[in-house]
Write a new protein. Structure first.
Length: 561
């Protein structure tokens, strides 16, 4: 197969002419081309307002393809070897170790969902335990909460079918290298489950939260159809360990025998991490980031990126911004949601966190993204109360006086740092999303009215002291970053840009170490996904879940059937 990069088409040119463009670049007659398959389509706005689509295509030709590539003499044309995804062993896996009980998957976010999906297809009949509700019930509860109802700590924006990604933009882009085809497999499964097939070819694919609900339900139904089981309202409260190996999990008061458990709890399962610390499971602190959600008119972002306010068929523009503050901290945009809304993403009573969300159409007229600052152990080492640290240390068999063992407490300290900020955010907005215009944030005063930016929220909001949520170092880094971004996108640092806090769930503060076979120190426990510290988005989490399923299939055969 021949791959051709950077074939440009005008916005009004039909894709059918890709065949003739490919023939011209290959210097061959068009009738020699047997097939043209679009691999990727992106937007080329380097000469805005003159904008093109840029295509990568795979071409199959009659005759010697290598000779055709040599004749073309173009660095954008090369032979590629197509490697379709292959699950080890196919049906019933490749492993030889007998598996006496069906594998258990903890968590039904992207990592757990795709781990279960692959195991079910291979005949392992996995049992999924999800603390939250099915997507239909969960959606009703979330919308009730946004309208002023009570928060359900077990079923909310963070917990439930589909994980935190269900109430997000549904972005599927990833920076993870994919030589084995897992990324493509994830996209194919999403498309088969009802996502727009364009996710297979567009450069920055997204599903949209309004579509994700039906997509994750379809994947759940596939798992059940292939022999798996999904239990909702099944919070795991304990694991049984004997001789360094897992032997059971406890959920809903029931003890479930298991010698293989895929742990995919998501980045907000703080009580689960605390429980695991008490089981002598080694965890490491991992850097994360905290900050605010900022909202601007989508037309302003379109004008900067496309040279036009009306994006038209291009769809609302996005951006990605980075800056290094004077003290060395990274400041960057995260989870940018074109045409979206800012949502109350809380999962614990008395604490408040926000996130961004977009529908498939991305048509709210307002752009939002997180602007976050990197946080390290130095920031949260002192936030964990001494009594709590000592208690957790004793549970985990650690000595709090031993500096070498302090790292065992740091993941819990990172969680407490997040909680501290979320508690301040809750107080700043009196239980509602706290909001402050950027000019008032800069001048350290409470806002009274909105300006020219019309914010879009899912959840109740109130003006409050967003700046006061953060330690001074993070305040200054946010100010420096916003000013720097104003030099990259005109108007980004406008005084009436709307800030909301706190964006604290960018990633897990925890990494659960695993060996080359994907097992943790507790044998049979396979940590994966965002919560375990190995992913940073829907696609990378799904790919990591697939890797965990592969590791199980490489070692075990399902003898329980």
């Amino acid at each position: 197969m021949i791959r051709i990069n950077q074939i440009r088409l005008g916005l009004d040119e039909p894709e059918e002419i890709l065949r003739s463009r490919a023939a011209r670049l290959l210097r061959i007659p068009e009738d020699r081309i047997l097939e043209v398959r679009i691999v990727r389509r992106s937007i080329d706005a380097r000469k805005k307002p003159l904008i093109f689509y840029s295509y990568t295509v795979d071409v199959r030709v009659r005759g010697n393809e290598a000779a055709a590539v040599r004749k073309a003499g173009n660095r954008n044309i090369a032979i590629v070897q197509m490697k379709p995804y292959h699950f080890p062993g196919g049906n019933r896996g490749a492993g030889r170790t007998p598996l006496r009980h069906r594998p258990v998957v903890i968590g039904f976010g992207p990592a757990g969902m795709f781990a279960a999906r692959m195991l079910a297809e291979a005949g392992y009949a996995p049992l999924v335990l999800e603390r939250g509700d099915d997507v239909e019930t969960r959606t009703r509860k979330v919308r009730s909460f946004w309208s002023g109802g009570k928060l359900d700590p077990e079923s909310n924006v963070q917990f439930g079918e589909g994980g935190a990604g269900t109430f997000s933009d549904g972005k599927l882009n990833t920076m993870v290298r994919d030589p084995d085809g897992r990324n493509r497999k994830v996209l194919e499964i999403f498309a088969e489950a009802g996502a727009d097939p364009e996710i297979l070819t567009v450069h920055n694919p997204h599903i949209g939260t309004d579509v994700l609900a039906s997509v994750v339900r379809a994947i759940r139904e596939d798992i059940i159809r292939m022999g798996g089981e999904v239990r909702f309202g099944a919070k795991v409260t304990d694991i049984g360990v004997e001789d360094g190996k897992i032997v059971s999990v406890t959920a809903g008061g029931r003890v479930i025998p298991a010698e293989v458990v895929i742990l995919a709890p998501g980045h907000s399962a703080r009580d689960t991490f605390t429980m695991l610390a008490g089981k002598h499971l080694r965890m490491a602190a991992k850097p994360f980031a905290v900050g605010v959600r900022v909202q601007h008119p989508q037309a302003m972002i379109n004008l900067c990126q496309y040279g036009r306010e009306d994006a038209g068929a291009l769809g609302p523009a996005s951006y990605k911004l980075t800056h290094q503050a004077g003290d060395g901290r990274g400041v960057y945009s995260f989870c940018m949601c074109p045409g979206g809304s800012v949502v109350n993403a809380s999962s614990e009573r008395g604490l408040l966190a926000v996130n961004g969300m977009s529908s498939h159409a991305r048509d709210s007229g307002t752009a939002n993204s997180a602007i976050v600052v990197t946080v390290t152990e130095k920031d949260f080492r002192g936030t964990y109360a001494a009594g709590e640290a000592k208690f957790s240390a004793e549970k985990a068999g650690e000595d709090p006086e031993n500096a070498e063992n302090l790292s065992g407490l740091l993941p819990l300290a990172g969680m407490e740092f997040q909680r501290q900020l979320e508690r301040r955010a809750y107080e700043a907005g009196q239980g509602k999303i706290p909001v402050q215009l950027y000019g008032d944030f800069r001048e350290n005063r409470i806002s009274r009215d909105f300006g020219g930016v019309t914010p879009v929220f899912s959840g109740q909001y109130a003006f409050g002291d967003v700046r006061g949520i953060f330690p001074e170092e993070i305040q200054q880094a946010l100010l420096e970053g916003m000013a720097a971004f104003g030099g990259k996108i005109r108007g980004f640092d406008r005084a009436d840009a709307v800030l909301a806090g706190v964006e604290s769930r960018t990633s897990s503060p925890v990494r659960i170490p695993r060996n080359g076979a994907f097992e943790a120190e507790i044998g049979g426990l396979y940590p994966c996904g965002e919560g375990a510290g190995y992913a940073g988005g829907i696609t990378s989490a799904a790919m990591d879940g697939i890797k965990a399923a592969e590791a199980v299939a490489e070692k075990y055969r399902p003898d329980f059937l």
